[in-house]
Structures are given as structure tokens and as C-alpha cells.
Design a protein around this ligand. Structure first.
Ligand code: SAM
Length: 269
């Protein structure tokens, strides 16, 4: 991003510190990252060589989830912690599915927002710099109120973002506040890093990530399942991301299954 981005960024934005979105982009094979991101990503993958495969599985889940939601009739998407919109972003998946849908990309990283505003189609997308925890600010924003019809279902995507919200900020309440603001028939799609028995490499990688990028809050299956209170998970339920409605013939290394859970669920209250 220091030398490769097509987007004019505010010179005040700091690219010398690694960011969640740009480290993720680098590990997915993207070019929207800086030297600082690449350095820390190298240290993390040294400790945990499976991480890029884990992140690819997360991203592939998001694509399958959006396709599923389009088939379920959803035409409004609230992508919280959207990350940098690159291949497989919501508006792309929707366009490939040949439907008209509205997408609001929300992220608390202004570099992400600058990039996404430059590339997302203006007629159907909006972009907002906000914290996922600020439900009132997000739902009451000009972007959300102008883009969405709150009388119609909306899919809230919380893909690989809730593990950045600490327990003291009551992440389950955050999810519930979005749920309560949405019309019947709305959906939630989420993934979350799981507190599986951590191999020493995973533990080291998480330490480097938490020290140098952002604190990551691993949770147990029971804690992640609690986010689905008031939502009915679609089959196959809360499962490792690669096992959620996999494409026929797709295969992943078994280690990838140990690092996170995914679900798509329909509001039931
Ligand atoms: N959702 C995308 C995906 O799964 O492909 C991107 C995931 S990326 C690992 C996490 C994103 O969440 C980053 O872009 C980061 O800036 C954003 N993020 C982290 N904490 C956040 C918060 N409290 N509010 C809003 N966005 C946040």
C-alpha cells in the first residue's frame, strides 16, 4: 500500500504501524499492505505456517455465506469489520450472483474506509468509519439510514471481527443490539477465532499478533455459540469455517479446522 495502492490516502494516516486489515490482506496474498505489515506477518507465519490457509478458509466462508444469503432473498448487507474490499467482497459476490443489493461497509480503520470508498460502486454501496460496538452510531448513521430499508431484512456480517472485542465490552450484547434493530427474516453471518487446545506455534503467533497488531480474544465454542442467541443457525450450524456448506470437491488441511467457527443464522425474535 505504501507503493502499490491506487488509492490516494490522507498523508496523516499511519502506515508505519501494522494494521489488522493490511496484515490480513498480506496473508491472503494481497498487495494492499506496507512494509510494517509484511514484517509482522512474516514473524507470525514463522510461528504458525497454517495461518494463511486458515484466513483463506475464513474468506471463502464469507463468499459462500453471501451467496447463501442472496439465495435466501437478502438484498441488504451490513458488513461490520469489513476489511479491505478486494476479491470476494460482498458487492462483488452480489454482482456475480446477478442481483441488485445494497452494501454498507463498516470498519474502524480509516485506511480501510478510504480504500473501500474508492472502489465500491457508489449507487449500491456506502462506507462508514465506525466501531462495531457503537451500534447506535452505525445503525443511525446517514450511510445506514439512506442506504437501508429497515423494514426489510438485512444480513449483518461479523466475519473475523468479534474476536477483537474484549469481554468487558460485552460482545454478546453488541450482537443482540444489532439483532433487535433488524426486521424479521434478517440474518447474521459470523466467524470467530476458537480457543481450541493451542499448539505452541499457534500460541506464539497469537502473542506476536496481540503485541504487534491487535489484541485477539480467543473464545470457546460455548462462548461463540452464545452470540447466536435469538438467531436460528442454518444447517450445518456452528462449525469450522471450511465445513460450512463447502463447495463440492473442495479440500482443506485438517489443521485449518482447529482455529475458528462459523455460522449463518436467521433472526428468530
Ligand atoms: N471481515 C473481513 C473478512 O473476514 O474477510 C475482514 C476481517 S479482518 C481480520 C478484521 C477487520 O475488522 C479489520 O479490517 C479491522 O480493521 C476491523 N475491526 C477490528 N476491530 C474493529 C472494531 N472494534 N470495529 C470495527 N472494525 C473493527
Amino acid at each position: 500500500m505504501d507503493d502499490e495502492s491506487a488509492v490516494d490516502l490522507d498523508p496523516a494516516l499511519d502506515l508505519t504501524r501494522p494494521s489488522i486489515a493490511r496484515v490480513y490482506d498480506y496473508l491472503l496474498g494481497g498487495s494492499l499492505n506496507s512494509e510494517a505489515d509484511r514484517l509482522v506477518a512474516g514473524r507470525i507465519t514463522e510461528a504458525m505456517p497454517d495461518l494463511p490457509a486458515v484466513l483463506r478458509a475464513n474468506r471463502a466462508f464469507a463468499v459462500r455465506a453471501v451467496r447463501f444469503l442472496v439465495e435466501a432473498g437478502i438484498r441488504q448487507f451490513l458488513d461490520l469489520g469489513s476489511g479491505l474490499a478486494t476479491a470476494g467482497s460482498v458487492h462483488e459476490v452480489v454482482r456475480e450472483a446477478g442481483v441488485d443489493a445494497r452494501v454498507l461497509y463498516v470498519d474502524n480503520d480509516p485506511v480501510v474506509t478510504a480504500h473501500n470508498s474508492a472502489i465500491a460502486p457508489e449507487h449500491s454501496c456506502a462506507v462508514l468509519t465506525a466501531d462495531v460496538r457503537d451500534t447506535t452510531g452505525v445503525l443511525g448513521s446517514l450511510q445506514a439510514t439512506q442506504l437501508f430499508d429497515f423494514g426489510e431484512p438485512i444480513a449483518v456480517l461479523m466475519v473475523a471481527v468479534l474476536h477483537f472485542v474484549p469481554d468487558e465490552d460485552q460482545p454478546a450484547d453488541v450482537v443482540a443490539r444489532y439483532r433487535d434493530a433488524l426486521a424479521p427474516g434478517s440474518f447474521l453471518a459470523l466467524t470467530h477465532a476458537e480457543n481450541a487446545e493451542q499448539a505452541p506455534g499457534t500460541f506464539r503467533a497469537a502473542q506476536v499478533y496481540s503485541n504487534d497488531v491487535a489484541r485477539i480474544h480467543f473464545r470457546t465454542r460455548t462462548e461463540i455459540a452464545a452470540f447466536l442467541d435469538g438467531w436460528d443457525p442454518a444447517a450445518p450450524g456452528l462449525v469450522p469455517a471450511p465445513d460450512w456448506r463447502p463447495e463440492p470437491g473442495g479440500s482443506v488441511h485438517p489443521a485449518v479446522r482447529q482455529h475458528g467457527l462459523a455460522a449463518v443464522a436467521r433472526k428468530n425474535r
